[in-house]
Design a protein around this ligand. Structure first.
Ligand code: GLN
Length: 479
């Protein structure tokens, strides 16, 4: 087997016993990129960083990682797959990049995404879409579609993405890999180019649960540079993986199994429940009564925060500056308008307009403020369930990967596809997606497990128990 097809923890074992070298891993990754990247288009740009040559034996030294293009890497172009950041080179590293460097993890490259993470398909990218390695006519999910596709196509061993409303979990589910959105505050957002600051979290995309636990340990922790990062100790997530799941109580929210769910997915999720039952888990139906408001609430809050975060891209400090041919208003206003007109794609413009409207005087109370109130109700629903239950289990997405172009002209149907992932962001709780089967047309299906804030250990424990009882995570793409 080629080294790039192994997991990080398998490779670490081989490196330790000298059965593999960082150079040999890099060579196999480069060969896979050479072979598959033309078809998959997972990367915005590759990074020629031969860390293996200067390794001093850091703990994870030699295991290449791909990083979403919205995480700042010092002196390296970082563009959020947007024209407006053309030429921008951050003057500093994101905290997560510093942490990867601390472990000597070589950066393989920066991955494609929906512009500014606005989307669920990686089609809203200024360089064009990424293709799903399982079926090149399909989307890889989004917005971290490049990261998910790079891992599934073995063009990286593991990857980082960001998740504001499902952008790690949904692509993980579409590409047959594991994706984790940590608790809000678990991972520093310093140097993550902000989409919606009260929802964004950086997290791992990996080939199995053990790798996700390993990588989360690397990137998590309090950071003085992010006032929303939590000053809470980071457990060794791998040490709780092997605890059994007997007598664990899991809630099944009935609102997640109503109309809109593809019957094939429902069947696969019910089978996953049976598998966990055999391991001693008990399941109980519950209600999360405010679920029906989640999509509307999210799209008010997320667009409002996005419109405010994107106000800084005006041609003055970052990236693109475009001058109009003729004077229209004043030279400065004309420059702002021309730059933003040329620099942003359609979805970014749509979100800026929606968000600006929701924040505008006279509408603030009716939209943003009301959205925040409903958000509290959604969070309260989860708090109540977690008083009695250890975890909540749902599908990750109501469908498998859809065809490229299929939803591109219908933003509402795209927004509705986030229905299962959005609530975890609104409630701030951790959630994982892991492979749990395939549809008849050979597309992967993902299982989502959510737990209470900062209880990633329980989330990993249930996920690991399920993974060990099945072999979905071992299915490999051949390209
Ligand atoms: N699909 C959602 C959106 O378009 C979530 C995106 C994300 O998590 N970054 O807003």
């Amino acid at each position: 087997m080629k080294l790039n097809e192994l997991t990080a923890h398998e490779l670490l074992g081989l490196l330790k016993t000298k059965q593999a070298t960082p150079e040999a891993i890099e060579k196999d990754i480069s060969a896979a990129i050479e072979k598959s990247e033309k078809k998959v288009k997972a990367y915005v740009r590759l990074i020629e960083e031969k860390l293996s040559e200067k390794s001093t034996g850091g703990k994870l030294s030699g295991i290449p990682i791909a990083v979403k293009d919205n995480i700042c890497i010092k002196d390296t172009p970082t563009t959020c797959a947007s024209r407006i950041l053309e030429g921008f080179r951050p003057p500093y590293n994101a905290t997560v990049i510093e942490k990867l460097k601390g472990q000597e993890l070589p950066l393989a490259g920066q991955t494609n995404m929906d512009e500014f993470a606005f989307g669920s398909s990686t089609e809203n990218s200024c360089i064009g879409p990424t293709h799903n390695p399982w079926n090149l006519d399909c989307v890889p999910g989004g917005s971290s579609g490049g990261s998910a596709a790079a891992v599934a196509a073995h063009e990286a061993i593991w990857a980082l993405g960001s998740d504001t409303g499902g952008s790690i979990r949904q692509p993980a589910s579409f590409c047959g890999i594991v994706g984790v959105k940590p608790t809000y505050g678990r991972v520093s957002r310093y140097g993550l180019i902000a989409f919606a600051s009260s929802l964004d979290q950086i997290g791992p995309l990996t080939k199995d649960v053990t790798d996700a636990a390993l990588l989360l340990k690397v990137i998590a922790g309090h950071d003085q540079k992010d006032s929303t990062s939590a000053d809470i100790p980071v457990p060794d997530f791998t040490s709780s993986l092997k605890k059994d799941v007997k007598n664990i109580k899991i809630a099944i929210p009935k609102e997640y199994f109503v109309s809109g769910i593809n019957p094939e997915i429902k069947k696969i999720i019910l089978e996953a429940i049976e598998t966990l039952k055999k391991l001693g888990v008990s399941f109980h139906e519950v209600s999360l009564p405010h679920t029906e408001y989640a999509v509307a609430t999210y799209y008010v809050i997320a667009t409002a925060e996005a419109s405010s975060n994107l106000a800084r891209f005006d041609g003055v400090q970052y990236g693109l500056r475009s001058q109009p041919q003729a004077l229209r208003k004043t030279p400065l206003i004309d420059m702002f308008e021309e730059t933003r007109e040329k620099g942003f794609g359609n979805e970014a413009k749509r979100r800026i307009m929606l968000g600006t409207y929701a924040l505008s005087s006279g509408y603030y109370d009716a939209y943003y403020l009301r959205g925040q109130k409903v958000r509290t109700l959604i969070k309260n629903d989860f708090d109540k369930v977690f008083e009695e239950f250890d975890a909540v289990l749902t599908p990750t997405s109501p469908t498998t990967a859809f065809k490229i172009g299929e939803r591109a002209s219908d933003p509402l149907s795209m927004y509705l596809s986030d229905v299962y992932t959005i609530s975890a962001n609104l409630a701030g709780i951790p959630a994982i997606s892991l492979p749990c089967g395939f549809s008849k047309d050979h597309l992967p299906v993902g299982l989502q497990i959510m737990t209470k804030p900062f209880d990633e250990e329980m989330m990993f424990r249930v996920a690991y128990a399920y993974e060990q009882a099945t072999d979905w995570h071992k299915k490999k793409v051949s390209l």
